[in-house]
Design a protein around this ligand. Structure first.
Ligand code: CP
Length: 308
């Protein structure tokens, strides 16, 4: 079944049935990842470009690996080593890439809304790999996939998101996706790290961590985005850790089978203790593996594999 849109820009506008379709397709893709030869011919002859204006390890590498596993060709353009450095505009860069016959552009950009803008000016598909503080839909999907694989469902789960939601495109994408899929979403953060528009979403907000952790099935810990903070929003990383750091002691308040997630990269010892990050309840490495499966599913559904 094809998706409603040829682009993946955010989970706010994606129908719940498309999310379910992507997660179901990712189950089949994960089976491919478990094989000794991780290669299927499904997207032979298709091509994509990862266009990254911000650093990335997981998202970019997993899209590129997903393309290789599906036999699509991929090229990669990063700011530091391209003509973007010489002042080429986003649209000229995109037109140049499309002129080479690329079917899809996967973009990360520091400006919120940039992927939506790009999608209105290109012929091919666009996947948003993170735009400013707005959305990171593929992270939201892989997080939901990981929860569903472990807990068998999303509906009715209590998912507590902890930390720097103000700067977090991951937090928004999790909230949009999880609410549509029927989960109960709680958010715990100092009030200075909460976005003003949270009131529009059905999210229970706490300014203390402990009550938000009570009975949680999933605790999704956000990275403290020190690089996006223009002014001090909390006294120090040490103090942040003291009040909002997720550690073993605090997790005793959560469900006994709680899953602890983190999109990465982590600030160990700040938002999450090393003990928790490396504990069996942590799904951090598995999220990375699942990221490849979810991105394979998206390439399959958007690049026509589903039609054949
Ligand atoms: N989670 C995430 O987006 O990681 P990268 O910045 O390494 O891609």
């Amino acid at each position: 079944m094809k998706l409603a849109s040829r682009h993946v820009l955010d989970l706010e506008t994606m129908p719940a049935e498309d999310m379910k379709n992507i997660l179901d397709t990712a189950e089949s893709m994960k089976e491919i990842l478990g094989r000794s030869i991780k290669k299927v011919p499904t997207l032979r002859g298709k091509s994509l470009c990862t266009l990254f204006y911000e650093p990335s390890t997981r998202t970019r590498a997993s899209f590129e690996l997903a393309a290789k596993y599906m036999s699509a060709d991929s090229i990669s353009i990063a700011t530091a080593t391209s003509s973007i450095k010489k002042g080429e505009t986003l649209l000229d860069t995109a037109r140049t890439i499309e002129a080479m016959g690329v079917d899809m552009i996967i973009m990360r950009h520091p400006v919120s809304g940039s992927s939506h803008f790009l999608s209105r000016h290109v012929k091919g598909a666009v996947i948003n790999a993170g735009d400013g503080m707005h959305a990171h839909p593929t992270q939201g999907l892989l997080d939901m996939f990981t929860m569903r694989q472990h807990l068998g469902r999303l509906e009715g789960l209590k998912v507590t998101i902890v930390g720097d939601a103000l700067h977090s495109r991951v937090a928004r994408s999790n909230m949009w996706g999880l609410i549509k899929m029927g989960a109960q979403v709680c958010m715990a953060a100092p009030s200075t790290l909460l976005p003003l528009d949270l009131g529009d979403l059905d999210v229970k907000v706490y300014d203390r961590l402990e009550p938000a952790l009570e009975g949680a099935d999933v605790v999704n810990v956000l990275r403290l985005q020190l690089e996006r903070q223009k002014r001090g929003l909390f006294p120090s990383a040490r103090e942040y850790s003291q009040f909002y750091g997720v550690n073993q002691e605090r997790l005793k308040l959560a469900s006994p089978d709680v899953l602890v997630m983190h999109p990465g990269p982590m600030n160990r010892g700040v938002e999450i203790s090393t003990e928790v990050a490396d504990a069996p309840m942590s799904t951090i490495d598995e999220q990375v593996t699942n990221g490849v499966a979810v991105r394979m599913a998206l390439l399959y559904l958007l690049l026509g594999g589903a039609d054949e």
